[in-house]
Design a protein around this ligand. Structure first.
Ligand SMILES: [Ca+2]
Ligand SMILES: [Ca+2]
Length: 283
């Protein structure tokens, strides 16, 4: 005999048999729920497998060079990464950005290098940022038939604009003279390249040099070395603050000429080995 439990709002069915808490209706309900949940389980399993397959084929951005461009003028940005040769669109979070893919190709890394660090393909994109942007950076994704990449950051350069590194600058005699403060945009395009910058310092002046490369996805593992005019090493730094990017800070011992050398710690180089080098003085 079944009674309606009115205390529970009349919706629950309870059997009169005190040894059984599941009556025939409840068993039917359990069967129904099981039948409904099994297809859901397989559907969910299939969906996660699809996601795994998607993840393997979805594009990935490693680095975009240059790291930043000014607003209001058309610039070419080269994006290296995985599966980019099938890219159909570069989509910015800001809808007023114009971005057109002008070239795409496979480009396997040399000497069996890790494609996750150097990419296996690239695209060239003609990008025009609207002139009235106030933020310091924008994010974009790459779209291919297999999916979308994660967001990657493109800096919006404003005045004073970064100074371009000028070759040849491979030793003290060829050092590129720069005035402080400055941000230098450069690269280590082939193995064993070094970039040397010449600065004028004051006695007791604090000098800070910081590389931004790995933090933008570049495979460059920078190392900075500061020399005095006589070629003696004053300071050196490979990795700083949990990154392979370098930073050194030194109080200059005398007024005069100093040379700062930037190189790859493993003497590697390539088109993606871009960097920005910020040089500042303080008290
Ligand atoms: Ca050089
Ligand atoms: Ca380093």
């Amino acid at each position: 005999m079944r009674t309606i439990d009115r205390n529970s709002g009349g919706s629950a069915v309870r059997t009169a048999d005190p040894t059984s808490i599941v009556g025939p209706d409840m068993r039917s309900l359990c069967c129904l729920l099981l039948c409904l949940s099994l297809p859901l389980f397989f559907l969910s399993s299939a969906t996660s497998q699809d996601k795994k397959a998607d993840k393997k084929d979805t594009p990935k951005v490693v680095v975009a060079v240059p790291f930043g461009i000014p607003a209001g003028v058309k610039k070419t940005v080269t994006v290296r990464g995985l599966k980019l040769d099938t890219a159909t669109e570069v989509r910015f979070a800001e809808p007023k950005v114009e971005a057109k893919i002008s070239k795409k190709a496979k480009a396997p890394p040399p000497n069996n290098a890790d494609p996750n660090k150097l990419g296996d393909s690239f695209i060239e994109v003609e990008v025009t940022l609207p002139p009235d942007l106030a933020q310091p950076h924008l994010e974009f994704i790459i779209v291919t038939p297999a999916g979308e990449s994660s967001a990657h950051r493109l800096l919006i350069d404003s005045e004073p604009f970064p100074v371009a590194e000028k070759e040849p600058n491979n030793g003290f005699k060829q050092a590129q003279s720069v005035s402080l403060p400055v941000v230098i945009a450069g690269s280590i395009p082939q193995s064993q390249d070094v970039d040397v910058f010449r600065i004028d310092g004051q006695q007791g002046q604090k000098f800070v040099a910081e590389v931004f490369a790995a933090r933008h996805g570049a495979p460059l593992d920078s190392i900075l070395t500061l020399y005095d005019a006589a070629g003696q090493i004053l300071a050196s730094n490979d990795d700083s603050d949990g990154s392979t990017d370098s930073r050194l800070e030194v109080t200059l011992p005398a007024a005069g000429v100093y040379y700062l050398n930037l190189a790859d710690a493993h003497d590697q180089g390539g088109p993606a080995f871009a960097y920005r080098l910020r040089l500042e003085t303080g008290r």
